[in-house]
Design a binder for this molecule. Structure first.
Ligand code: GLN
Length: 257
């Protein structure tokens, strides 16, 4: 066999392979519906990235993957600052925001929400030896770290007389407490509890006082009423078939209410 013939054969084979792959790919991408998900992956146990900073993990991440599967969509997750999620929805850069986002009237002016999927509220974390702060009222006159654009930021500002320091993520608020830059941190209770449990930090405590009762919802653009219905149908299915309870138990260890 001549060398030239061999090269020709190889070239033909490569062209065929490329064609086959091309056909498969086109076929796939035209069939596959993609759900672009935005999250602020610094909010364990709801959303965070593994040690390699690659895999998105947490209750919200499992839930949205299950919702996507139920709807027949491929889920693609991207990390967005919490206060950038609603603008990203409005700009059409993402289809849904799943980020422990509380359903409230202010946000409802801008976006649609799915049915509520998790009940939350706000709590306080302070240094273990702090005896001055026992409840939200005690935050008056104190320095408090919160995450920008959150219900914590809004509620702590409402108390009045609090020196509020705003940070990009809940992780940054905890860091500020550790650095003694603030007297307290206010975040969603499950996130505070998770921090106490998982960070290995032994010098802090979460207080039992709860401010607000909040429902998390999946946010969508106002233009996307159709998708909102699909998401709600999927959530309903997941409640009926036990998948929601399974995901809940994986992250919170107890049966959902
Ligand atoms: N639940 C709070 C809110 O919606 C905090 C969410 C978050 O920081 N990811 O404002």
């Amino acid at each position: 066999m001549s060398k030239k013939f061999l090269v020709l054969c190889m070239a033909a084979l490569m062209a065929l392979t490329a064609l086959a792959a091309g056909c498969g790919g086109t076929q796939k991408s035209s069939d596959e519906k993609v759900l672009k998900v935005g999250t602020n992956a610094d909010f364990a146990p709801f959303e965070f990235q593994d040690e390699n900073g690659k895999e998105y993990q947490g209750f919200d991440m499992d839930l949205i993957r299950a919702v996507g599967e139920e709807m027949g969509y491929k889920v693609e997750i991207s990390n967005v600052n919490f206060d950038g999620l609603i603008p990203a929805l409005e700009a059409g850069n993402i289809d849904v925001a799943v980020s422990g986002m509380t359903i409230n009237d202010e946000r409802k002016q801008k976006v649609l929400f799915s049915d509520p999927y998790y009940k939350s509220g706000l709590s306080i974390v302070v240094a273990k030896d702090n005896t001055a702060i026992n409840k939200f009222e005690d935050l008056k006159g104190k320095k408090v770290a919160v995450q920008i654009g959150t219900t914590s930021a809004a509620e702590v500002n409402k108390i009045g007389g609090v020196e509020v320091k705003e940070f990009n993520s809940s992780a940054d608020t905890f860091m500020e407490l550790r650095a003694k830059g603030v007297d307290a941190v206010v975040n969603d209770r499950p996130v505070n509890d998770n921090y106490i449990l998982k960070s290995g930090e032994t010098n802090v405590k979460a207080l039992p006082d709860l401010l607000t009762s909040e429902d998390y919802g999946i946010a969508l653009s106002k233009q996307n009423g159709e998708l909102q219905k699909k998401v709600n149908d999927a959530l309903k299915k997941l409640h009926e078939n036990g998948k929601y309870d399974e995901i809940f138990a994986k992250w919170f260890g107890t049966a959902s209410k």
